[in-house]
Design a protein around this ligand. Structure first.
Ligand code: FAD
Length: 586
């Protein structure tokens, strides 16, 4: 997940948070994932020459991405840290930590200052995201290593006169303000002229002493683009036609960063960004299938819906919309959009499992409050403390279910959980009292629906005195519920339908099952969600006593892992996970 490399480099999320296993993505699909490094392509012989083997092809799709470009700056390739792969991010993270660790015990002030100076080259998205993240991370490191914040120097430099030049001035100013707040010095209109192991030189006349220069100044085609013999344009991208076929090679398609294609009416090639990579992939897949089926190929028409740049975990700037109308946003909304888009991407590519772990890494397990939601969702305590609550909640549902079950079995047509059509409001709290009514009238299997209604209303009266008033329900919800109940549960003459009988039986059986599952700690998350859902249903129908509030609150509390403490989830969930991993369910 290249777009999140800076988060690993500055230790916001753990290393595994940005890895997506290709083999898992394609598990049980008709795709053979081969881990091998391609060294060259024999376009005439239709062969891909790789390190471990040579592969023949009918159609070839080139999608090898980019690598950093150094514009011939002396020492840049050798002495800078890159941010273009998982390994780069991990190496950079280790370097940052090492510099603080060494500086904490360094006596020589000059060496110490060099260790605590970090320079990012490039004020585009990658550079700004990296330095923003570092600005946030330094506070934690300073505290851990007992280093005053003022001793840490952070720079971001670029030859262009502005950072994030593709954004409107308003957003650029906001980004600058945020970076200043994080202690970053912005050096625009500053050319980098040379890099050595312990310095970076700017504009020929001055150098900054540092052990850590991070290169985020631009990209060119991957190493493979250097070796393959095919028509290339600016910075090693393969020139394509509008169908994304390489010029002079109709059986070779190009996707993502590798493609050099200027859409009609545009002056510049398609930008090297995720959205274009995804769109171009869809076009290429379509065109290969079309070729196989003898149908017409389609042209690639890229669309652009904006970009986001986060400056640390809590703040970001973004411009989103359509090519004709873009909306600028910052702060909470920009970060929300960024996470939302990542989630959509994960759903498409890696499945819900990845969405879950992403939410865990970014929000629920976030350290040091480095999330746009702060640390509010990340505080944790041992699940052990939830055990009594889970058992009690389970007991209460089981008690409710068992209390009502004999009535349902004796006479399923005796409806006591659904208010009578005539006076829905007077049936308030029949959920509790209705059970008694049902039990007492269960023997009378010939009781008509209208008698049951009276029983419910009567029971409601008892319940009100026992539990107090039913919880109020907003009128618009009552209207929706009444409308749907009219549709499903009442006949035109006001008696109950068969659906009402089925619903009531399902509710009672549901109470028993939820109760048992919570007590056993089996599928606790699902049971807790069911507890909340049943509580909300009872409330929406106007029959919830005040006591229902704690069924809801208890349900929320037990969702997250309470079944793994003296519960069957402890044994069942790992087995289930293994089984799911082997199937297509992701
Ligand atoms: C730090 C960073 C932040 C970014 N942030 C954003 C952002 O916020 N928004 C945005 O839109 N874009 C962003 N980008 C750009 C975006 O990641 C790329 O445009 C996108 O990943 C391109 O997709 P791709 O499939 O063409 O190439 P890649 O995603 O780079 O995939 C290429 C794959 O090919 C493999 N490969 C390369 N050479 C070989 C070989 N010889 N043999 C076998 N395999 C090979 C690579 O290992 C890699 O897995 C960012 C990039 C970086 C580095």
């Amino acid at each position: 997940m290249l777009t999140e490399l800076h988060e690993v480099a500055a230790n916001r999320v753990p290393e595994d948070a940005i890895r997506i296993d290709l083999k898992k993505i394609f598990a049980h699909r008709n795709i053979d994932v081969v881990m091998d490094e391609v060294k060259n392509v024999d376009f005439e012989g239709k062969k891909v020459v790789a390190e471990k083997a040579t592969y023949e092809y009918d159609y070839l799709v080139l999608g090898t991405g980019s690598k950093p470009t150094f514009y011939g700056v002396e020492g840049a390739a050798e002495h800078t840290f890159k941010l273009w792969s998982y390994d780069d991010a991990v190496i950079l993270k280790e370097q940052i930590l090492k510099m603080f660790r060494l500086a904490a015990v360094e006596k020589d002030p000059q060496i110490r200052a060099r260790m605590l100076t970090f320079v990012v080259v490039g004020c585009g998205f990658t550079g700004v995201e990296m330095i923003g993240e570092l600005g946030e991370y330094k506070d934690e490191l300073c505290r851990d290593f007992n280093i005053p914040k003022e001793d840490v120097k952070l720079y971001v430099a670029d030859a262009l006169p502005s950072l994030l030049p593709q954004y409107p001035v308003k957003l650029i100013e906001k980004a600058e303000k945020r970076l200043h707040k994080l202690g970053v010095e912005i050096l625009t209109s500053t050319s980098i002229t040379g890099v050595s192991a312990d310095s970076v030189c700017l504009n020929e006349d001055s150098c900054i002493e540092t052990n850590t220069v991070i290169w985020a100044a631009g990209v060119e085609g991957s190493d493979l683009m250097d070796t393959i013999d095919i028509d290339k344009k600016a910075r090693n991208r393969v020139e394509t036609n509008d169908k994304l076929q390489a010029i002079n090679h109709e059986d070779v398609y190009v996707v993502g960063d590798n493609a050099f294609f200027i859409p009609e009416g545009h002056e510049r090639p398609v930008p090297q960004m995720v959205e274009n990579a995804e769109h171009s992939a869809a076009t290429v897949a379509h065109n290969i299938l079309a070729e196989l089926n003898g149908k017409a190929l389609k042209s690639y028409t890229p669309t652009f819906h904006g970009s986001m740049c986060c400056i640390g975990g809590k703040y970001g700037v973004a411009e989103v919309g359509t090519p004709s109308r873009m909306f600028a946003m910052s702060g909470f909304f920009a970060m929300f959009i960024k996470h939302f888009i990542n989630v959509i991407y994960f759903i498409q590519v890696a499945g819900f499992n990845k969405v879950w772990t992403y939410a865990m890494h970014e929000i629920f397990h976030i350290r040091e409050r480095r999330s746009f939601l702060g640390g509010h969702f990340a505080k944790s305590s041992p699940n052990f403390w939830l055990l009594p609550l889970r058992l009690f909640l389970g007991y209460k549902w089981l008690e409710q279910g068992i209390h009502k079950l004999p009535g349902v079995i004796a006479d399923p047509s005796n409806i006591f959980l659904i208010p009578a059509k005539v006076s829905a409001t007077s049936a308030a709290s029949a959920w509790e009292g209705g059970a008694d009514a049902a039990a007492s009238t269960a023997a009378d299997v010939t009781a008509s629906a209208s008698q049951a209604v009276e029983g419910a209303a009567q029971a409601a009266g008892e319940a009100v005195s026992q539990w107090g008033q039913a919880l109020p329900v907003p009128e618009f919800i009552s209207n929706i519920v009444n409308w749907s109940m009219d549709l499903m549960f009442y006949t035109p003459d006001g008696s109950f339908t068969v659906m009402a009988e089925i619903f009531q039986a399902a509710m009672v059986v549901g109470e028993v099952i939820v109760g048992l599952c919570l007590i056993a700690g089996l599928f606790t998350a699902l049971s807790s969600i069911a507890s909340i859902a049943m509580g909300l249903m009872i409330w929406a129908s106007g029959m919830a006593p005040v006591e229902m509030l704690w069924y809801l609150a208890g349900g929320f509390a037990t969702i997250g892992g309470s079944g793994s403490v003296f519960g069957m989830d402890y044994y069942v969930l790992p087995v289930l996970k293994k089984i799911l991993e082997k199937t297509q369910v992701r």
